[in-house]
Design a protein around this ligand. Structure first.
Ligand SMILES: Nc1ncnc2c1ncn2[C@@H]1O[C@H](COP(=O)(O)OP(=O)(O)O)[C@@H](O)[C@H]1O
Ligand SMILES: Nc1ccn([C@@H]2O[C@H](COP(=O)(O)O)[C@@H](O)[C@H]2O)c(=O)n1
Length: 207
C-alpha cells in the first residue's frame, strides 16, 4: 500500500495554523483527512502539582512527547489506527480520554514545533509555515486564551513576555527555513490555501 501524503503546518502561536488547517480540510471535502494536533502530545504532567505545572516552559521542544508523536505517525503510515492523547489547557496536562484515529490518505500534523524535529520532517511531503506578525499574534492569543483556555489577561501577557516571545525567536521562527511554502497572514490567504490544496490533490492522485 502507498504511503499517505503527510502535511506539516507550523508557525508561531496565534499565527492562524488551526484556521489554515480547517480551510485546507474544508477545501478537500471530497477526501478523508486525519488531523493530528501536536499540542495533544504535550507531556503528561498529572504527577505534578498545579504550581509546578505553571512553571513549565510550554514553548520549548522538550515540553512535547515527540517520540510518541513520531511512533503514531509511523503507525498511520503503516495504515494502523492509533489512540492519541488529548490535552487540557486549563489543567496543563493530558486529559483522561484518548481519541481513536484511523489511517487516511492525507495526514496533517499541526503545531508550533511541527517542523522542528528532523525525524518528523523527514516523514512529511509538504511543509508549511504560517507567518503572521507578532503584534497580531499576541492580540489573537490574548483573546483566545481568555475565552477558551481559562487564562487571565495578566497571565497571558506575563507568559508571552517571559517565555513565549523569546522561545518563538529561538526555536520556532528558525524552522521557517525548513518549509516548502510560507503563508503570510494565515487563514485569510485564499490564494495560498488554493495552491496548497491543488498540490495535495496532485499528490493524492499519485497514490
Ligand atoms: N485572519 C484572522 N482574523 C481574525 N482572527 C483570526 C484570524 N485567524 C485566526 N484568528 C483567530 O485567532 C485565534 C488564533 O488563531 P488559530 O488559527 O487558532 O492560530 P494558531 O493555531 O496558530 O494558534 C483564534 O481565536 C482564531 O479564531
Ligand atoms: N498548558 C499549556 C500548553 C500550551 N500553552 C501554549 O500553547 C501555545 C501553542 O498553542 P497554539 O494553539 O497557540 O499554537 C504555546 O505557545 C504555549 O505557550 C499554554 O499556554 N499552556
Amino acid at each position: 500500500m502507498n504511503k499517505p501524503t503527510i502535511i506539516g503546518i507550523a508557525g508561531g502561536t496565534g499565527s492562524g495554523k488551526t484556521s489554515v488547517t480547517r480551510k485546507i480540510i474544508a477545501s478537500l471535502e471530497e477526501h478523508d483527512i486525519t488531523l493530528i494536533e501536536q499540542d495533544y502530545y504535550y507531556k503528561d504532567q498529572s504527577h505534578k502539582t498545579m504550581e509546578e505545572r505553571l512553571k513549565t516552559n510550554y514553548d520549548h521542544p522538550f515540553a512535547f512527547d515527540n517520540d510518541l508523536l513520531i511512533e503514531h505517525v509511523k503507525s498511520l503510515i503503516n495504515r494502523e489506527s492509533v489512540e492519541i492523547p488529548t490535552y487540557d489547557y486549563v489543567n496543563h496536562t493530558r486529559s483522561d480520554k484518548t481519541i481513536k484515529i484511523e489511517p487516511k490518505n492525507v495526514i496533517i500534523i499541526e503545531g508550533i514545533f511541527a517542523l522542528e524535529n528532523e525525524q518528523l520532517r523527514d516523514l512529511m511531503d509538504v511543509k508549511i509555515y504560517v507567518d503572521t506578525d507578532s503584534d497580531i499574534r499576541i492580540l489573537r492569543r490574548l483573546s483566545r486564551d481568555i475565552k477558551e483556555r481559562g487564562r487571565s489577561m495578566d497571565s497571558v501577557i506575563n507568559q508571552y513576555l517571559t517565555v513565549v516571545r523569546p522561545m518563538h525567536l529561538q526555536f520556532i521562527e528558525p524552522t521557517k527555513r525548513f518549509s516548502d511554502i510560507i503563508i503570510p497572514e494565515g487563514g485569510e490567504n485564499i490564494v495560498a490555501i488554493d495552491i496548497i490544496t491543488t498540490k495535495i490533490r496532485s499528490l493524492i492522485k499519485k497514490l
